[in-house]
Ligand binder design. Structure first.
Ligand code: PMP
Length: 397
């Protein structure tokens, strides 16, 4: 059965981490992986998470299974965080949430639900997008198509092309949007652009689905869900795959959620019962530790404040690094304008560096950037900025 299998190619992003780890150069810089790093190059455990964990250690009295849809307290807190504390949708019981193993787990449950329980067979994703979108959706049996998103010349959203492509999409097909901090470009629609896209969705009748992996990393917890809330107000149906990996630093605890919005409580109940059958046949029920941490923090006002402070610190560090990167490149004499990087959101930016320049940075200077030119701004520090920018200026000239 196995002997004729060819080796699968390494994951384009995670595979590079192995190459980086094997690199013996002392000054090497890793701008590949999608995790937050602080000024000391550490991916910290948040203080509020540590506190929640010690609370759980004392107060958790059973390891019995969670329900198929996970912790009720966690699910409600997730709905409120995304849709707002006083969302009428929640009050009208139009919203259902299942705790999932990370955002990836939510995307996979979403895709399986669409393929096996609805008539949706095709999903549209932005070009470019996080490469795992293609893998997850295709593996579940969806046909994946791309709509245009990025203008490489202006380093900005290609809004006209986006609208032209969205106009071609038929009712009954799904369209994926990044809630905020678009990965890999760092470019999100403006509030005005979101409004136009939401109006179009309503007019065309396709099913909007959202991937929300970076709430709080862009402009702020509320600002980052502006687009989703617009859609939620105007759409009869919506699916949202959200993740707590980044904003709580809970990467390896696998905490995420799938949120379903339907036209009324009855439809929501029926559709959600089908989501549960998908989960039951997949991993049965989710792990509890990470979700317990998030629920404990989000439902305790003091701890929530503490979390928001820590999240703000992470977001502001990234914004500072963006500005310093642009300024340092300029000071070192870069022959290109990189000011667009300071305007982008979240951890990632499309640098515009070519594959050849990316390879030169890796081979000659030990600087690791994904082949597409996507770089993780959170990998930059006050200490490595000078060397990083000097090296980039050298490969540019
Ligand atoms: N969506 C996007 C756009 C992401 O960047 C990521 C993580 N890199 C995920 C989903 C998955 O998050 P998780 O680790 O929670 O599965």
């Amino acid at each position: 059965m196995f002997e004729n299998l060819a080796a699968a190619p390494a994951d384009p992003i995670l595979g590079l981490a192995d190459v980086y780890n094997a690199d013996e150069r002392i000054n090497k810089i890793n701008l590949c992986v999608g995790i937050y790093k602080d000024e000391n190059m550490v991916t910290p455990i948040l203080a509020c998470v540590k506190k929640a964990e010690s609370f759980l250690l004392e107060n958790e009295h059973s390891k019995a299974y969670l329900p198929i849809e996970g912790l009720a307290k966690f699910n409600l807190a997730t709905q409120k965080l995304i849709l707002g504390e006083d969302s009428p949708l929640i009050n009208d019981l139009r919203v259902k949430t299942a705790q999932t193993p990370g955002g990836t787990g939510a995307l996979r449950v979403m895709a399986d639900f669409l393929v096996r329980r609805t008539k949706v067979r095709r999903i549209w994703v932005s070009n470019p997008t996080w490469p795992n979108h293609q893998s997850v959706f295709q593996t579940a049996g969806l046909e994946v198509r791309e709509y245009r998103y990025y203008n490489a010349q202006t380093h900005d959203l290609d809004f006209d092309a986006l609208i032209e492509d969205l106009n071609q999409i038929s009712a009954g097909e799904a369209v994926l949007f990044h809630g905020c901090c678009h990965n890999p470009t760092g470019i999100d629609p403006t509030p005005e652009q979101w409004q136009i896209i939401a109006d179009l969705a309503k007019q065309k009748g396709w099913l909007p689905v959202f991937d929300l992996a970076y709430q709080g990393f862009g402009q702020g917890l509320e600002e980052d869900v502006f687009g989703i809330r617009l859609f939620a107000q105007s759409q009869p149906e919506l699916l949202i795959a959200s993740s707590y990996s980044k904003n709580f630093g809970l990467y390896n605890e696998r905490v995420g959620a799938l949120t379903l919005i339907a036209e009324n409580a009855d439809i929501a109940d029926r559709a959600f019962s089908q989501v549960k059958t998908i989960i039951r046949a997949n991993y049965s029920n989710p792990p509890s530790h990470g979700a317990n941490i998030v629920a404990h923090i989000l439902t305790n006002p003091e701890m929530k404040e503490e979390w928001i402070d820590e999240l703000t610190t992470m977001r502001q560090r990234i914004h500072r690094m963006r500005q310093l990167f642009v300024k340092t490149l300029q000071d070192k004499g870069a022959n290109q304008d990189f000011s667009f990087i300071a305007k982008q959101n979240g951890m990632f930016s499309f640098s515009g560096l070519t594959e050849q320049q990316v390879m030169a940075l890796r081979n000659e200077y030990g600087i690791y950037i994904v082949k597409s030119g996507r770089l993780n701004v959170a990998g930059m520090t006050l200490d490595n900025m000078s060397l990083l920018c000097e090296s980039i200026v050298k490969v540019l000239s």
